[in-house]
Design a protein around this ligand. Structure first.
Ligand code: ZN
Length: 211
C-alpha cells in the first residue's frame, strides 16, 4: 500500500525563522568571543557572529511552524489497519542544557484507525520538534503525542536513539554516549506482543549509528 501520495509542493524544508532577533544574537556571540579571550575582529572570526546568528534561525526554526497546518493536506482516510512503521528517520537537535547538538534516528509506528499520514510528513514532524532547544525525552514524547492527537490511531510508538555531543566531548570521553528513549500510546502500551513486534522490526538489520 502506498501512503506516499501527498503532493510534492509540500516537501520544502523548514524555513529559517524570520522573527528571531539576529542582531541580539550577533552581539551576544561577539561578546562571547571576546570573553573567550579572542580578538573578535581577526579575519577568521570577523563574520562569525553573523554566521552563528543565521545558523540559529535555521537550527531553531521548529518553534514557528504549526504542525497541524503542516500535515493537514497529507491525511488520508483509509481502511488499512495494520501496523505502519517508519524507521531510521535522521534528526539533528540542540540540547537545551549545553546548546550542543544531539542527533540520531527516530523510529515511528502506529495502528491506523481510519486515517493515515503521508510518509514524507514523518521526517518533517521529526524535524519540527528537533529544531528547538530540546531534551531527548521531551522530543520523543512530543512526536508521539502529536501523532496520537492528529491520527487518533489505535496506538502509536516512537523510539529515539541519540548521540549527545555534550556527553561525548566533555569530561570523561564516552564515544558511545548513546541514549534511547521511547513513548508509547494505546496498543503499544497495553500489548506486550505489539510492542515487541515493533521493537524487533526496528532492531532488524539496523546499523550502529555513525556520525
Ligand atoms: Zn547537554
Amino acid at each position: 500500500m502506498d501512503f506516499n501520495h501527498d503532493s510534492d509542493n509540500n516537501l520544502e524544508e523548514l524555513q529559517p525563522s524570520e522573527d528571531m532577533d539576529i542582531g541580539v544574537i550577533r552581539e551576544a556571540v561577539k561578546q562571547m568571543l571576546v570573553a573567550f579571550g579572542e580578538d573578535a575582529s581577526r579575519k577568521g572570526l570577523e563574520h562569525t557572529p553573523e554566521r552563528v546568528a543565521r545558523m540559529y534561525t535555521e537550527l531553531l526554526a521548529g518553534y514557528r511552524v504549526d504542525p497541524t497546518k503542516m500535515v493537514n493536506d497529507a491525511l488520508f482516510e483509509v481502511s488499512y489497519d495494520e501496523m505502519v512503521i517508519v524507521r531510521d528517520v535522521e534528526f539533528y537537535s540542540l540540547c537545551e542544557h549545553h546548546l550542543l547538538p544531539f542527533m540520531g534516528r527516530v523510529h515511528v509506528a502506529y495502528f491506523p484507525n481510519g486515517k493515515v499520514i503521508g510518509l514524507s510528513k514523518i521526517p518533517r514532524i521529526v524535524d519540527l520538534f528537533a529544531r528547538r532547544l530540546q531534551v531527548q525525552e521531551r522530543m520523543t514524547r512530543q512526536i508521539a503525542d502529536f501523532l496520537n492527537q492528529t491520527l487518533k490511531p489505535h496506538g502509536v510508538a516512537v523510539v529515539v536513539e541519540g548521540l549527545h555531543l555534550c556527553t561525548m566531548m566533555r569530561g570523561v570521553k564516552k564515544h558511545d554516549a548513546r541514549m534511547t528513549t521511547s513513548a508509547m500510546h494505546g496498543a503499544f502500551r497495553t500489548s506486550l506482543a505489539t510492542r515487541q513486534e515493533f521493537l524487533d522490526n526496528i532492531s532488524r538489520g539496523s546499523e550502529p549509528m555513525r556520525f
